[in-house]
Design a protein around this ligand. Sequence first.
Ligand code: FAD
Ligand code: THG
Length: 812
Amino acid sequence: MIIGAGIVGANLADELVERGVDRVTVLEQGPLPLTGGSSSHAPGLVFQTNPSRTMTQFARYTVEKFSGLDLDGDWCFNPVGGLEVATTPERLADLYRKQGWAASWGVEARVVDPDECVRLHPLLDRDRVLGGFHIPSDGLAKAPRVVAALVRRAQGRGVQFRGSTRVTGIEQTGGRVTGVRTPDGVVPADVVVCCAGFWGRRVGAMAGMAVPLLPLAHQYVRTGQIAELVGRSDERTEASLPILRHQDQDLYFREHADRLGIGSYAHRPMPVRLEDLVEDREVTASAMPSMLPFTEEDFAPSWEQSRLLLPALASTKVEEGFNGIFSFTPDGGPLIGESPDVAGFWIAEAVWVTHSAGVARAVAELLTEGRASLDLHGCDVHRFEEVQLPDDYVEETSTQNFVEVYDVLHPLQPRLSPRHLRVSPFHRRQEELGAVFLEAAGWERPHWYEANAPLVDQLPEAWVPPERDAWSAQFWSPVAAAEAWRTREGVALYDMTPLKRLEVTGPGALALLDRLTTGKMDKSVGSVTYTLALDEAGGIRSDLTVARLGPDRFQVGANGNLDLDHFRRHAPADVQVRDITGGTCCIGVWGPLARDLVQPLSREDFSNEGLRYFRAMPARIGGVPVTAMRLSYVGELGWEIYTSAEYGLRLWDVLWAAGQDLGVVAAGRAAFNSLRLEKGYRSWGTDMTTEHNPYEAGLGFAVRMQKGEFVGRDALAGIGAGSVDRRLTCLTVDDRRSVVLGSEPVYLGGRAAGYVTSAAFGHTVGAPIAYAWLPASATPGTAVEIEYFGRRIPATVAAEPLVDPEMARIRR
Ligand code: FAD
Ligand code: THG
């Protein structure tokens, strides 16, 4: 059962029948096929290039699929190409960054000069344009026609579509969906996928599911006739010039035969309350529930700007306009996933036309195969933390997303509000030390501490970091080099509180962990295991540490809320899975002097024999009850020291005071990320995802094939480190100074052959490090080039890890 016959619902019905699913029904509140939802008025610009690889792949599939569709011979996709223009130097630079994403994700595109911009789009004012980004395979999707074509095709293959049928409730028994309620009665269904677009929150609520999206209005107008366009395209072809973006002014343009359509994000955010919509009225191409009356004054500045960019508009005016409604989310990503409480109730919402076919294909794969071929972690509705689900958070952040939709955003740029949603117990001390905080999952996380600035002048010659370019210097400080130095040569305190922690307890806990991970879990109490959670196809869902704290009690160090959702979903009745992140805290005490700091504070034995590498024990440190785990993501001697939240500040103060003679520093995420890359430790979600198996990711050592059955085992049979064709590969930059940030394309023999996942300057090795997905043929010593803002930076494949391959530092 699919709710909603917009571009998402129609594509999903089509993808499901294509996979042999029968008895599919689509219920739609509006008439068919023009339902009155967002897809019924969308101008359908498809710009494929996106910072997210997954979103770009979704878009590529949309282009491919719609290109093969027509309705009675009329086009569904018009490949006019895409052109984004720059009118500021910052934007021009950003277009080069986009060119990099396109190359990384496999879209052919290039930055072009102003003359070429004008040749491609003759209406442009040559003097205003500094350059453009041209994507020949972008174009226009005719969304209402795609819906009509897909409805027809799916009907022909047995899908039932019922228009004018509103879903008013979700029926469930014993935590499973059984059907949906409509004014005509209950329609039974064992699987329900809600594709209700911006109505999604309302339908989600019927199943008790939080759907973090906000309906916002966005202005779109059509001009009168433009002399320069007469004769170029007719009503049937509609357009021949590339779709155009003028992101410096939050505008986009397309042709409607001899007129232009202009969309604007430049106006004030206009959140929409569903209660205020006029529903149940006739739907025509110009009047429907998802279209609000045009507010002309909001468009005035955009009209001015449009006329500056396209002087030909001087001879015409805005002839008609509307404020159209669609969905925004806290991070701009779509919302895909199954309800945690009502099995069989799924959503696929906050999806642009651009990504619609790709999202539908992924959902169809999830429903038929249990997994999607593309990495969905940025789309999964369970990526949000509890604090990110309330209405005020969703409204504020989604509105911010609307405002910033076309802004040039640095990958580390934090939102300014809401902040301070979650702070660790040491927050006050961190502020006193001049912590520069960025935000993740609602947590305030120190990136470096200004109190360490004097150490920069004391850096030994070999540790002095090179100057950075202005872009990579943002949200970075040379203080990070000092903190890395003190970690490798002294001792440092890291706030590990935001690391997601789950407690898995109960008689079935061991069996559950054994089944869901690749490691041997039946080890002695006190063992800690680095392990992987795989999907059925052997793709990496997460990498975890599992500490056995009691026969039936485990503490799992996880990567995020998706892990919580995964474990909860699979936990039988005799296992409890609890998120203990908030009630606890953690300090990583790491460095060659870590033992000198900790041992005098405790009567427990912190010697190498007393607590071996990858072992955990309860202890008291300065009178504070803790659990100490001997492991280190930065690759140094030391422990993760956990305690409950109320002792956190005391723990920090005790360690801090005792460390003064040893020159202890507080260190932040910037140093942390650099140190972990030097040690070759992967970061799930960035370095590897469900798209990669453990051998490709260099994590085969964490897979115990001999242990017996576990999820993903069958898929790995016969695969090994030697049989993969691509690998997560360590690169160092040859000039030892050009830093890259991630997502850049990597060229091998002059051809784009892969892309950077994580990158950082390696302070210990004195060179920038980049991890990249590359063909397995790129073995150590291979020369490659990384493209950064259009510049090719020579780099070399290195044997990894770069620091302490013999584990001497960590095991002493
Ligand atoms: P919809 O098309 O809204 O479909 C949801 C359907 O669910 C509706 O038909 C609705 O009637 C039905 N429904 C809701 N509740 C119920 C219920 N209780 N029972 C039964 N049925 C129900 N995207 C692009 O990619 N490119 C663009 O150029 C572009 N331009 C845009 C311009 C404007 C002005 C606007 C407003 C949006 C634009 N978008 C664009 C975004 C795009 O239109 C939407 O993201 C997309 O159409 C959403 O598709 P959907 O299928 O999720 O939602
Ligand atoms: N600490 C804890 N849990 C975690 C992380 C952490 N869970 C999520 C994430 N981080 C997991 N990532 C890693 C990556 C590497 C290591 C630990 C956690 C690590 N690896 C050793 C190595 O590769 O040499 C493992 C050696 C072994 O298996 O014995 O230490 O930061 N609590």
